[in-house]
Write a protein that binds this ligand. Structure first.
Ligand code: NAD
Length: 278
């Protein structure tokens, strides 16, 4: 049964790639034709590289044959719908209302949101028990963890199905609470914000902060991670956690993040973030 993925950006295309690589079928839905085309090219390139490196044994063309691209979600023969549209509460709420009306209650609906409470999406549906979070991390093919978010009304059956799905994708699914930032993004706020404050206060240059944190065993320093994730994406997660914690000072976004985002310095994807890229 194909899995329907709504939104063909960084995360949607990554989830589709993993699904295809492990023998599954995907329908990638995006109203933006250019985004669909970029996603298809990216997935084809990545699968070809995985094949060359021996990470998959199936021919990339055979994997790609199980991918459909569409501007509307198909209805028949669907077991899972995974939403990966931009981090915008109103957009996601509207979408979950539409998906709930479109699909029978036996179809599981998941959001890949980084920080929006699943309860806020459940509140727009008639069947909140089949709604939960499946929070994949970037880059999806490489990151093992998936946070399975249990909203107030998420059923045990949903959680069991989510565990089965994450296992099938070769991931480690861990159930986490429906609190702002869930688990990883909540704890990681301090990692980024404290580093921003230290450098901004002139206590250390950012290169040193990255170097030292990597030396201490973190796979990537905070500035390098922000550039990888997207300075804009990271800022929107910080803002969302800040707002949802009723403006807890610990999560207040840093002006430096705002400045870079306004200037279009969004990290690797735009050629410049905290660092410059070729
Ligand atoms: P993105 O901007 O790369 O992609 C979003 C895609 O959604 C775009 O292609 C856009 O055309 C499409 N879209 C917009 N409205 C749509 C609609 N109504 N129906 C279908 N498609 C629509 O975003 P992303 O980085 O892939 O993030 C997607 C979600 O995943 C967000 O909630 C984000 O917080 C979360 N997330 C992102 C990361 C990351 O590192 N980028 C990591 C984990 C989770």
């Amino acid at each position: 049964m194909p899995i329907v993925i709504i939104g063909s950006g960084t995360m949607g295309s990554g989830i589709a790639e993993v699904l295809l690589a492990c023998g599954g079928s995907a329908v990638l839905v995006d109203p933006d034709a250019a985004a669909r085309e970029r996603a298809q090219t990216r997935i084809a390139k990545n699968l070809a590289r995985s094949f060359e490196k021996g990470r998959i044994v199936e021919q990339p063309e055979d994997c790609l044959a199980r991918l459909d691209m569409s501007d509307t979600p198909p209805v028949d023969g669907v077991e899972w719908v995974i939403e990966a549209v931009p981090e915008d509460v109103a957009l996601k709420q509207r979408l979950f209302g539409e998906l709930d009306a479109r699909y029978p209650e036996t179809v599981w609906l998941a959001s890949n949101t980084s920080s929006i409470a699943i309860g806020r999406l459940q509140s727009c549906t008639r069947h909140p028990e089949r709604v939960g979070g499946l929070h994949f991390f970037n880059p999806v093919p490489r990151m093992q963890l998936v946070e399975i978010i249990r909203g107030l009304e998420t059923s045990e059956d949903y959680l069991a199905a989510a565990r089965t799905l994450t296992k099938r994708l070769g991931k480690i699914g861990v159930i986490v609470p429906d609190r702002p930032g869930f688990l990883v993004n909540r704890v990681a706020r301090s990692y980024y914000l404290e580093a921003l404050r230290m450098v901004d206060e002139g206590q250390a240059p950012m290169e040193l902060v990255d170097e030292v944190m990597e030396g201490a065993g973190f796979p990537m320093g905070p500035f390098r991670v922000m550039d990888l994730v997207g300075v804009d994406v990271n800022l929107s997660v910080t803002r969302s956690v800040y707002e949802q914690t009723y403006y807890d000072e610990r999560y207040r976004p840093h002006p430096w993040q705002e400045e870079l985002v306004e200037r279009g310095y969004w990290g690797r994807k735009s050629g410049r973030g905290f660092y410059r890229y070729e």
